[in-house]
Design a protein around this ligand. Structure first.
Ligand SMILES: Nc1ncnc2c1ncn2[C@@H]1O[C@H](COP(=O)(O)OP(=O)(O)OP(=O)(O)O)[C@@H](O)[C@H]1O
Ligand SMILES: [Mg+2]
Length: 242
């Protein structure tokens, strides 16, 4: 549950966002560039503070918690950042295993097996010893996805999981994310510019526009929505209210 206002300097970015994501469901968020989609995801993890409102996870507010108090929450969340946020000084295997190592309680062999499995599932089998600087943008994104999903988090947050991937690879990634979600029963929030893929993946779609959730509905209905803003956005039309 998220009800927030957020401004940077004098510019109000989010003016009363109101979102509720039932446990075990997937919400897709769409919206114009720079409308605040990534900011919403960062607010949810407590990475940036809100100005006003509340963010509750399983009924508990996370607003005003210290970094230390946020730790247990962060361990439950698997997050793919839009810019991947890989550690450049770590190998692919070290990056991917990071959430498991942090959580503790697994042997080196178990971790290596899980890393190998995840890398295979994102189409990067055998890339364990590569460094991020040796990877293409799409490969880094897939490493980010492997890292976000390896600990089977019960909350998964994906910022543009398919950006920069070819259509077949993108479809495979969404397939994997969906399979993961079915298996773990996780709650998922994903931002994507690929409305078609996102609406096939998510249960519901919300559109952020001018600081508010302008539209929210079942994913299957977004392409037929009557709202002129949604219509123009989803169809990529040049003329309209946007
Ligand atoms: N930490 C910050 N400090 C100041 N301004 C910020 C900060 N983070 C984001 N912004 C501003 O907030 C606005 C929304 O940013 P955000 O990254 O959420 O956009 P977005 O909807 O994810 O866009 P895109 O589709 O391009 O990824 C932008 O104008 C950005 O410059
Ligand atoms: Mg973004």
């Amino acid at each position: 549950m998220l009800q927030v206002h957020k401004r940077f300097g004098h510019i109000p970015l989010l003016q009363g966002i109101d979102l509720h994501v039932p446990r075990g469901t997937a919400l897709g968020i769409i919206g114009p560039a720079a409308s605040g989609k990534s900011v919403i995801l960062k607010l949810l993890c407590g990475l940036i503070p809100i100005d006003r409102g509340d963010i509750q996870i399983d009924g508990d507010s996370i607003v005003g918690l210290s970094e230390e108090q946020l730790m247990p929450l962060r361990r439950r969340i698997g997050m793919l950042f839009q810019n991947f946020a890989l550690f450049d000084f770590m190998t692919v295997a070290e990056n991917v295993s990071f959430p498991l190592v942090q959580r503790g309680g697994m042997s080196g062999q178990e971790i290596a097996d899980r890393v190998g499995d995840r890398l295979r599932k994102v189409g990067l089998a055998g890339s364990e010893d590569k460094m991020p600087s040796q990877l293409s943008g799409g490969m880094k994104r897939r490493v980010g996805i492997a890292r976000a999903t390896i600990a089977r988090p019960d909350i998964a947050i994906y910022d543009e999981p398919s950006a920069g991937l070819d259509p077949v690879t993108a479809a495979k990634i969404y397939d994997l994310l969906r399979a993961d979600q079915r298996e773990t029963g996780s709650t998922v929030i994903a931002v994507s510019s690929d409305v078609v893929a996102l609406s096939a993946f998510a249960d519901r779609i919300a559109m952020l526009f001018e600081g508010r959730i302008h539209y929210e509905g079942p994913a299957g209905e977004i392409r037929d929505a009557d709202d002129p803003v949604v219509r123009q956005f989803v169809r990529g039309e040049l003329h309209g209210p946007l």
